[in-house]
Design a protein around this ligand. Sequence first.
Ligand code: SPV
Ligand code: MG
Length: 296
Amino acid sequence: MTSAPHDARRTARGASALREAFVTGKLVRTAGAHDGLSARLAQEAGFDAVWASGLEISAAHGLPDVSLLGLAEYVAAALIIRRSVDIPVVADCDTGFGGNLNAAYTMTRYEEAGAAGICIEDKLFPKRNSFVNSGQKLLETDEFCRKLEVAKRAQAHLDTVLVARTEAFICGMGLQEALTRCHRYVDAGADAVLVHSKDSTCKQIVSFMRSWGRRAPVVIVPTTYTAFSMDEAREAGVSMIIYANQGMRTAIAAMRRAWATVLAEGSTESLEMQIASIDDLFAISGMHEWLERAGE
Ligand code: SPV
Ligand code: MG
């Protein structure tokens, strides 16, 4: 009989910074990413952490966020992200890619990849992205608590942050269900809770924060309630705010515009003034540092 090693000397990369921010009340400003470049741009902009987004990683594979990619593909993406930045990486692990044992293996694989935190949500596998209007099904609270306990027991690094995400609001449940679930998830060992909402206003989140009483750090993803500011989030007691997909949506819009311009104008002359230079591309991808290694 073996159990997961729990070696106090081992720490997860960046996890202590996250935990310290949670204790001191600093809002962890987090940007979604799907590869090394998008993560590095978030770091360069000054974000405190990166979210290895399931939606972005799926889209980067040309696939919808409906549990088509597997654990290995998501971990590979998270590893590339983690190698590209120094700030903590929090990984979107969907439902933990299956049952309780899958959630345990998810914890192990992401810790090996250097994630500071992993986030597991209380939906049924296979899940749909939260903004899809069909097929949103919640796992029973008891069953999800068991999944969290099993994942937590697999944790090898002392400070890895396990975020339990409730999709109660996404599935049409009310405040009480969201609160009850989050309290149970913290009882089960979650270090933080993510409360997702697809409301166009911040009402659900603000009412949750008022009743939560700061029992554990709260993470939010204000994709639809766009007017909710960082200052308001801080004031409400939110610990981490994730801009999960705005970077990729910006890239999509910009690339569409660029390629349309090239086809319309028949050359890249006017586009050249608007886009990053080759030198910029070299710099962000580390060309100079790598050439220096070869003495060039
Ligand atoms: C993701 O980025 O994959 C998320 C956040 O889970 S959301 O797409 O808003 O559900
Ligand atoms: Mg996701």
